[in-house]
Design a protein around this ligand. Structure first.
Ligand code: CP
Ligand code: NVA
Length: 299
């Protein structure tokens, strides 16, 4: 019997046990890679990587990841495709499904990824939409495991915009049950109806960070919001993650940022450039977690 294809459009598309399995496998592959060992589970298979927005980490980690798994990555900018001239996302999905064995896409509205997944006959992975960034959270969770030895039983604080990365963190809290407090200015919070009982929004970043083990932030204006940057800078004043704010966190707390970052705006440079920074491991972990994800979905 043919089993249904698996997509990863939002974090909750994986069960809790699957998230932990992917993280275990990612860590094992990270260690194997360091020792020079190679496995090629995607040999003979190709993966299309479509970008409708800029990307450094996601693009390179997926391209290198597919290569390291023995597969062939086909990196596509929508500008160079008929998609950029108005061919529908559904017709693109049907066509690509005849050539490749999975499709990874970064785009604007989440409905575009959903439409692509419905029309595609191969697994589809969301590499960021305006609403979700699930691949980022897999890397973040691995980074937390490396810094604290566990994910469960820790307190998590989100400081800043109720954006795509925040929403995927909320879904991680829903799946894994940890306590998540978000601090966002009025008008920039996630809708309360989206929050599970173990997540809540407050206004004061100090209240969110109080006793937190993991503090997460992101830019105040995401891709596509460039016109709002000035208004957002005013609204988010006071939401800087700096040593004064981190004085409220637990002693061994780590600061996560998906990057790219604006030093001195949403994050103090010490959490990027200081000796205790975990942000560069977080960026590297995109490679390992996405390799594990690709294997999980393409088995
Ligand atoms: N964090 C992240 O997704 O980075 P890129 O935009 O560079 O892919
Ligand atoms: N929230 C940011 C994340 C970038 C990786 C954006 O969407 O631009």
């Amino acid at each position: 019997m043919k089993t249904a294809k698996r997509d990863f459009l939002r974090l909750i598309d994986l069960e809790a046990g699957e998230i932990l399995t992917v993280l275990d496998h990612a860590k094992a592959m990270k260690n194997q890679r360091a020792s020079g060992a190679r496995r090629h589970p995607l040999e003979g298979r190709s993966v299309a990587l479509i970008f409708e927005k800029p990307s450094t980490r996601t693009r390179v980690s997926f391209e290198v990841g597919v290569y390291e798994l023995g597969g062939h990555p086909v990196v596509l900018s929508s500008r160079d495709m008929q998609l950029g001239r108005g061919e529908s996302i559904e017709d693109t999905a049907r066509t690509l499904s005849g050539y490749v064995h999975a499709i990874v896409i970064r785009t604007f509205g989440h409905d575009r990824v959903e439409a692509l997944a419905r029309a595609a006959r191969v697994p589809v992975i969301n590499a960021l939409t305006d609403e979700h960034h699930p691949c980022q959270i897999l890397a973040d969770l691995l980074t937390v495991r490396e810094s604290h030895g566990r994910i469960e039983g820790l307190r998590y604080a989100w400081v800043g915009d109720g954006n795509n990365v925040a929403r995927s963190w909320v879904e991680a809290a829903a799946r894994l049950g940890f306590e998540l407090t978000l601090a966002s200015p009025e008008g920039y919070e996630l809708p309360p109806s989206e929050l599970p009982s173990n997540a809540r929004t407050v206004r004061d970043p100090r209240e969110a960070v109080e006793g937190a083990d993991v503090v997460i932030t992101d830019v105040w204006a995401s891709m596509g919001q460039e016109d709002e940057a000035e208004r957002r800078r005013k609204a988010f004043a006071g939401y800087l993650v700096d040593p004064a704010l981190m004085a409220h966190a637990s002693r061994n707390a780590v600061v996560l940022h998906c990057l790219p970052a604006h030093r001195g705006e949403e994050i103090n440079a010490v959490y990027l450039d200081g000796p205790a920074s975990v942000v560069w491991s977080e960026a590297e972990n995109r490679l390992h977690t996405q390799k594990a994800l690709l294997e999980h979905l393409m088995r």
